[in-house]
Design a protein around this ligand. Structure first.
Ligand code: NAD
Length: 475
């Protein structure tokens, strides 16, 4: 049993000032695996004060000191590898291989990348007539969701540390244990007192408290659009800058010269990885009408390569994070059937033999029209909508006909058509074929997918203000 009833404030583990706790459930077994304290506004005030006190010295640390700190964190993170993987599998239900290759690695890459990006980062630029200085924004409040417990926390913390901003973190109450390990890592490597503070708790108390706190200068949030809207409204009262990483309904456009088997497997991979609980996953596959039957068959065949089951037993698809998420996904599958889409795989209910755990059948709908709810709303589960198109212009128009713009994917061979499609999709990150990940490249959304960019040098910029000095002496 992991009982973590303390918050981490000003370099120490401290008792909560409240007595409320929340149980954490393993979604594969439905068993309670531990407990956290639900912090109070008083706990938050203490954490913000500690961060404010740390600001004058932490923001003035040298670039070299911060690079060393980030490298030390990455090293210690590697030392905790097995524990991080096991913890994410237990709290999120992600299969051990995904916890390692995706979750563990993303956290590691963000700390290493921030150190690398900082090496070339310029905090002062001289121009004709003026000098531009980038200075730490102040104290940052970080609020993160459950679907990538080390990715979102690490990218925000690494960028904030690179910029010299002290932080207060509130991770998701559904998956809080990975953040406890991160906190232990920061403690071990000697992150200065007050530069990192962790307050566990609910969104309505600690999350709301962060976004409205007069002594927090910047809020970086990842989560749902509905919460993002509340955070923006709260932040408006103190004219606080916000960065929002929200939902998506990303398209995967298959060109008519694509290898059908490979493209179908890539499509299924999008809904299978992390059980489809990925903000940037492609959940609408657009195929040329002429390929419809061949492609649909290839998708169904590809499903066998993504077995569903116990995340500790070598399966590719684990359970969803919670009963609430399971119910939501079920209602979308029902909605797709009611709307008249054709179900070619999966459906409602649990997969055979998996009665315990929040497992869902990977589900594929075809004959989907883009105005159907299943094509417009983020489902956040293993559910794919397949749509057809006749021209590239039509594929681009369908791709853009949603309120989101987080990501887009193009699969095929002809370079000119790949370029045209990649340029036409209005989204913050487009991936052409199976190009590998790049942690120095900006990540963030257009439209209702968010405001701002994380990762690499763009991520560091979010935690900085720009000062102009006219007549800088010596220049
Ligand atoms: P959520 O919005 O319910 O919760 C996210 C965080 O906000 C949690 O820590 C929660 O406690 C907190 N919160 C809840 N109410 C709050 C309030 N009133 N004020 C402040 N904070 C509050 O989202 P979730 O269900 O945890 O995560 C899933 C969502 O996150 C999906 O929509 C997904 O697309 C999105 N997401 C986006 C990205 C991205 O980078 N764009 C990445 C991952 C997830």
């Amino acid at each position: 049993m992991r009982n973590y009833l303390k918050h981490y404030i000003n370099g120490e583990w401290v008792e909560s000032t409240g007595s409320e706790t929340e149980e954490v459930i393993n979604p594969a077994t439905e068993e309670v695996i531990g407990k956290i304290s639900l912090g109070t506004k008083e706990d938050l005030d203490k954490a913000v004060q500690a961060a404010r006190d740390a600001f004058p010295s932490f923001s003035q640390t040298s670039k070299e000191e911060r690079i060393k700190m980030l490298e030390d964190i990455a090293k210690e993170y590697e030392n905790r590898k097995d524990e991080i993987i096991e913890t994410i599998t237990d709290e999120l239900g992600s299969p051990l291989k995904i916890s390692e290759k995706v979750h563990y690695m993303m956290g590691y890459n963000h700390f290493s990348q921030a150190a690398e990006s900082l090496k070339d980062f310029s905090f002062m630029e001289h121009h004709d007539g003026h000098t531009r200085v980038k200075e730490t924004i102040g104290v940052s409040g970080l609020i993160t969701p459950w679907n990538f417990p080390t990715n979102q926390t690490s990218t925000k913390i690494a960028s904030a540390f690179a910029a010299g901003s002290p932080v207060v973190l509130k991770p998701s109450e559904l998956t809080p244990f990975a953040a406890i390990i991160l906190t232990e890592i920061f403690d071990k490597v000697g992150v200065p007192k007050g530069a990192f503070n962790l307050v566990n708790g609910s969104g309505s108390v600690i999350g709301d408290g962060i976004s409205s706190h007069p002594d927090i200068d910047f809020v970086s949030f990842t989560g749902s659009g509905a919460t993002g809207e509340k955070i923006m409204k709260n932040a408006a009262e103190t004219i606080k800058r916000v960065a929002l990483e929200l939902g998506g309904k990303s398209p995967l456009v298959i060109l008519d010269d694509a290898n059908v088997e490979e493209a179908a497997k890539a499509a299924v991979n999008h809904i299978a990885t992390n059980s489809g609980q990925v903000c940037s996953a492609a959940t609408r596959t657009l195929i040329p009408s002429s390929m419809k039957e061949e492609f649909e068959k290839a998708m169904v065949d590809a499903l066998s390569e993504f077995p569903v089951g116990d995340p500790r037993e070598g399966n590719y698809v684990g359970p969803l994070v919670s009963k609430k998420q399971w119910d939501t996904v079920q209602s979308y599958i029902e909605k797709g059937m009611d709307e008249g889409a054709t179900l070619i795989a999966g459906g409602t209910g649990k997969p055979e033999g998996l009665d315990t755990g929040y497992y869902v059948k990977p589900t594929i709908f075809t004959d989907v029209k883009n105005d159907m709810v299943i094509a417009q709303e983020e489902i956040f589960g293993p559910v794919m909508s397949v749509l057809t198109y006749d021209t590239i212009e039509e594929a681009i128009e369908i791709s853009n006909d949603v309120v989101y713009g987080l990501a887009g994917y193009v699969y095929g061979k002809d370079p000119e058509t790949l370029r045209r499609t990649a340029s036409g999709i209005r989204a913050g990150r487009i991936k052409v074929n199976d190009t590998k990940a790049d942690f120095s490249a900006p990540f963030g959304g257009y439209k209702q997918s968010g405001i701002g960019r994380e990762w690499g040098d763009y991520g560091i910029d979010e935690y900085l203000e720009v000062k102009t000095i006219l007549g800088y002496p010596g220049k």
